[in-house]
Design a binder for this molecule. Structure first.
Ligand code: NAI
Ligand code: MN
Ligand code: ZN
Length: 338
């Protein structure tokens, strides 16, 4: 079989590898579609501190079970599945409090263990979630990015009366936008970005108001309308944003951060305690695959609004380069495997 292997930073090969055999408790997935994410590019470029090389990248993928290991019913062969990349131990402290996404033994497919940019991949059977027949392939491959939004929104119980502000109209901002508008029915969702094309995309994904904060400071744009957001999601993740979000937030607001910057940011206690703000973080997803499968089954979200490009996996280098260079026209880029 062919696999997309990052041999070492900046060295990608389409390697011929032996067909993997599913171990006990595992299934083998014949991959049909996969999505390119910023973290794939970071591993490719050597910017992911968790990655070990050589590595088959890819943690957003969909396919068919074509073999099962010991202890797994052969009836699963042929099942359409989407794979949760989060592998956890099930008994450590984080696992015991419902946060397997930060398990002490955390293994993420495509990061710590070979992932889905491959004709075949073996995964724990419990990570392979059956996709109902009514959900098309191109929706199924987008489940993982929406689980991030499910995790983010799940931290804060959004209500219809929230005034939400999302920083960033990339895949993470847009999945969160769709969740807030269509799952939680938040009446007012504002999206800020510095790229006009991305803001246009936010409008197509349901934003009530978009702001180009490279042209006008957010504080000014919001003050003109007398708006103080009650819920702020940082899906742009620049270290300066938390400080600004604290200043913009209403009293008793919630803020969710999801960035991995190692740069310090300056925040002031009074800004937080004076408003009794709640600050949450969100990493990967904690068991959100069934949640998003349900959203799709109920047609609450529309993943195709994020998909801008599709490439055969053999052109993966072109696909990643386009994804990295053209944020104006690219959002989610998919790879097809035939
Ligand atoms: P992306 O790079 O496609 O989108 C980020 C967007 O934010 C861009 O459109 C950019 O123009 C905009 N932006 C940058 N600085 C801004 C600012 N100061 N104000 C407003 N907009 C600004 O990235 P993607 O894939 O949407 O991911 C967003 C972030 O989320 C990344 O930093 C990534 O590392 C993080 N992430 C976190 C995850 C988690 O589980 N915690 C999972 C996936 C991504
Ligand atoms: Mn991803
Ligand atoms: Zn654990």
């Amino acid at each position: 079989m062919k696999s997309v292997v990052i041999e070492q930073p900046n060295q990608l090969t389409l390697a011929e590898r032996p067909l993997p055999q599913p171990a006990a408790g595992e299934v083998r997935v014949k991959v049909k579609l996969a999505g390119i994410c910023g973290s794939d590019s970071h591993i490719y470029r050597g910017h992911n501190p968790f990655a070990k090389y050589p590595r088959v990248i890819g943690h957003e993928f969909y396919g068919l079970i074509d073999a099962v290991g010991e202890g797994i019913s052969a009836e699963r062969v042929g099942e359409r599945v989407v794979v949760d990349p989060v592998i956890s131990c099930g008994h450590c402290y984080p696992c015991s409090v419902g946060k397997p996404n930060v398990c002490t033994e955390l293994v993420v497919l495509g990061v710590h263990r070979d992932g889905g940019f491959s004709e075949y991949v073996t995964v724990p059977a419990r990570n392979a979630w059956a996709v109902p027949a009514a959900i098309p392939d191109e929706h199924a491959v987008m489940i993982e990015p929406f689980t991030i939004a499910a995790n983010v929104t799940g931290q804060v119980n959004p209500t219809e009366n929230d005034i939400a502000l999302i920083y960033g109209a990339g895949p993470m901002g847009l999945t969160t936008l769709q969740a807030l508008k269509n799952v939680y029915n938040v009446q007012q969702v504002i999206v800020a970005d510095r790229i006009e094309d991305r803001l246009a995309m936010a409008q197509r994904n349901g934003a009530d108001w978009v702001i180009n904060n490279s042209q006008q400071p957010l504080a000014e744009a919001l003050a003109e309308k007398g708006i103080k957001p009650t819920l702020i999601i940082d899906a742009a993740c620049h270290p300066s944003i938390l400080q600004e979000a604290i200043a913009l937030a209403s009293l008793a607001a919630r803020i969710v951060i999801m960035g991995f910057s190692s740069e310090p940011c300056q925040i002031i206690q009074q800004g937080i305690t004076g408003k009794e703000l709640s600050i949450f973080s969100s990493r990967l997803n904690a068991g959100k695959f069934p949640v998003v499968i349900d959203w799709l089954a109920r047609a609450l979200i529309d993943p195709t609004k994020l998909v801008t490009h599709k490439f055969d996996y053999q052109h993966v280098t072109d696909a990643i380069e386009l994804f990295e260079k053209d944020q104006r026209h690219c959002c989610k880029v998919l790879l097809t495997f035939n």
